[in-house]
Design a protein. Structure first.
Length: 43
């Protein structure tokens, strides 16, 4: 596995501050990416 760069670590810190459990983190990421990719896909 490669090491996270500075921006990746910053993102991980921000996400982990808001999410108490791995399930919350997974849900947050799914919502984030489905929203981002959903707009780009035109749905």
């Amino acid at each position: 596995m490669t090491q996270l760069n500075e921006k990746g670590m910053e993102l991980a810190m921000l996400l982990s501050e808001e999410c108490g459990t791995p399930a919350e983190l997974t849900a947050k990421l799914k919502n984030l990416f489905s929203g981002a990719f959903g707009k780009n896909a035109g749905s």
